[in-house]
Design a protein around this ligand. Structure first.
Ligand code: 5GP
Ligand code: MN
Length: 378
C-alpha cells in the first residue's frame, strides 16, 4: 500500500495499524466483558515494576470510576518509589483470607497484567488459573501460556500500559482522568527507559499526548517522583556493584554482580539495584549486559541487550524469559555457578563472530571470578 504524499511510510503504516486495531473484534470483546461485569480482580507479577503497578492502578482506577467493584490482588508489594501513585493503598497482598477468596470466587473477570505465565504470579497464580471467572490477559511478553479466555497481547508493544491504552481508546478516552493517566505514564516511562528504547513509536507518543490532554499530567513531576528518590545506601551499593564490572568476548558482553555481602554492607535493599545493569549496557561496544544478584536460594540473572542481539532465548534456557532486549532468569546454586553457566552458554545465544566459542570461561574470567568471591568471603 502506498503512503499518502508527505507522510513517511512508517508513520502511515502505524496510523493504518492503529485504525485496524481500534476496530479489532478482540478489543470489542474485552470492552464488552468489562462493561457487563460488576466484580473484577486485577493482578500482576511478583516483584512488580513500574509497568506492572502502573498498569494495575490505571486499570483499577478506570474501572472504579466506571462503577465496578475492583480488587487489586498481588503476591508482592509495590516498590517504595511507586507508593505515591493514586490507588496504591488499595492494592492488597494475597493472604488467603476468606474475604479475598470470596471476592475472587464471585468475580466475573480476572485480569492478568504484564506477565503471561502462571509461575510469575507467585502464590495467586494457581487460584486465578482455577477460577471460573473469565481470564483476560493484557501483556507484551513473548510466548504466552494458553489458559486465558481473552488476550490482548503484542510482544512488540513497548509496555503493558500501551496495550491498556488501546483498550481505553476502544471504550472511552474520557475515562482517562489524572488518576488513570499518571500511573499509565509511569508504566510507559519505566518500561521504555524514559522513552528511549527501540520499541518507542510515534504511536506511543500520540498516546502520551492524550495523557497530557485528557489527564493533565506533568512528566517532570512524575519522572522526579520515580527516579529522584534514591537513598545514599543505594548509591553506595551502585558504587560497589560497578566496581565488579568486567568485559568478556572482546568487550561484547559486560557483567556486574550484586552479592548479599554488598547488600548488608551498604544497608541498601535489593530493589535499589533496578537500572544498574543499564550502566553496563551504556558502554560502547557492549552488546549484552548481565547483572547477577546473589540471593539465599540462588542467583537472579538479568539480561539486557542492544538492537538485534536478542536475549529472551538465552534467559529461557535457564527457565526464565521476558523480552527480546530485556529478560531474566533464576539459576539455583551459587553466584559463581550462575556466572559460569551463563557466560559459558553465551556463544549459543549471542552473535560473537570470530571470537572464542569454546563455551568455557577464559583464564582471565575464571581468575576474576575467583578474586571476586574470595574478597566477598573475607
Ligand atoms: P528483570 O531483569 O528486570 O527482572 O526482568 C526483565 C524482564 O524479564 C521482565 O520483563 C520480566 O518479565 C522478565 N523476567 C525476569 N525474570 C523472569 C523469570 O524468572 N521468568 C520469566 N519468564 N521472565 C522473567
Ligand atoms: Mn512490562
Amino acid at each position: 500500500m502506498l503512503a499518502p504524499k508527505g507522510l513517511r511510510p512508517t508513520a502511515f503504516f502505524q496510523i493504518f495499524q492503529s485504525i485496524v486495531r481500534s476496530a479489532s473484534p478482540m478489543l470489542e470483546a474485552i470492552v464488552s466483558e468489562f462493561k457487563s461485569a460488576s466484580r473484577i480482580v486485577i493482578s500482576t507479577h511478583t516483584r512488580p515494576d513500574g509497568d506492572a503497578i502502573g498498569s494495575q492502578l490505571a486499570l483499577g482506577n478506570y474501572l472504579r470510576a466506571k462503577g465496578k467493584e475492583v480488587m487489586m490482588l498481588d503476591q508482592d508489594p509495590s516498590p517504595y518509589n511507586l507508593e505515591w501513585m493514586p490507588g496504591t493503598d488499595l492494592i492488597e497482598l494475597y493472604d488467603g483470607s476468606l474475604r479475598q477468596l470470596e471476592f475472587v470466587a464471585q468475580a466475573e473477570i480476572v485480569v492478568i497484567l504484564d506477565t503471561n505465565v502462571q509461575d510469575r504470579l507467585g502464590s495467586v497464580g494457581k487460584l486465578f488459573r482455577g477460577t471460573s471467572a473469565k481470564k483476560i490477559l493484557i501483556d507484551h511478553h513473548t510466548d504466552p501460556e494458553h489458559w486465558f479466555d481473552l488476550t490482548w497481547q503484542r510482544d512488540t508493544a513497548s509496555s503493558t500500559a500501551e496495550l491498556l491504552f488501546e483498550i481505553f481508546e476502544a471504550w472511552d478516552l474520557d475515562g482517562i482522568t489524572y488518576d488513570v493517566a499518571a500511573p499509565l505514564y509511569v508504566a510507559m516511562m519505566t518500561d521504555t527507559g524514559s522513552f528511549r528504547f527501540s520499541n518507542v513509536s510515534a504511536n506511543l507518543h500520540r498516546m502520551v499526548a492524550q495523557l497530557f490532554e485528557k489527564g493533565g499530567i506533568d512528566p517532570s513531576i512524575l519522572h522526579a517522583e520515580v527516579y529522584d528518590k534514591k537513598s545514599i545506601e543505594g548509591i553506595k551499593l551502585l558504587s560497589s556493584v560497578l566496581s565488579t564490572i568486567d568485559l568478556h568476548h572482546e568487550g561484547r558482553i559486560g557483567t556486574v554482580v550484586v552479592t548479599r555481602r554488598m547488600l548488608s554492607d551498604t544497608g541498601a535493599s535489593v530493589e535499589e539495584t533496578d537500572g544498574f545493569v543499564n550502566q553496563v549496557l551504556s558502554i560502547e561496544g557492549v552488546l549484552v549486559a548481565l547483572i547477577f544478584t546473589e540471593t539465599e536460594r540462588g542467583t537472579k540473572v538479568s539480561f539486557r541487550s542492544k538492537g538485534t542481539n536478542h536475549v529472551h532465548k538465552w534467559a529461557q534456557s535457564f527457565g526464565g524469559g521476558g523480552h527480546r532486549n530485556a529478560s531474566g532468569a533464576f539459576i539455583l546454586g551459587s553466584l559463581e555457578n550462575a556466572f559460569r553457566k551463563a557466560l559459558a552458554s553465551a556463544p549459543q545465544f549471542v552473535d560473537l563472530p570470530n571470537l572464542e566459542t569454546s563455551g568455557d570461561l577464559s583464564d582471565e574470567d575464571a581468575e576474576y571470578l575467583n578474586s571476586l568471591m574470595n574478597s566477598q568471603n573475607n
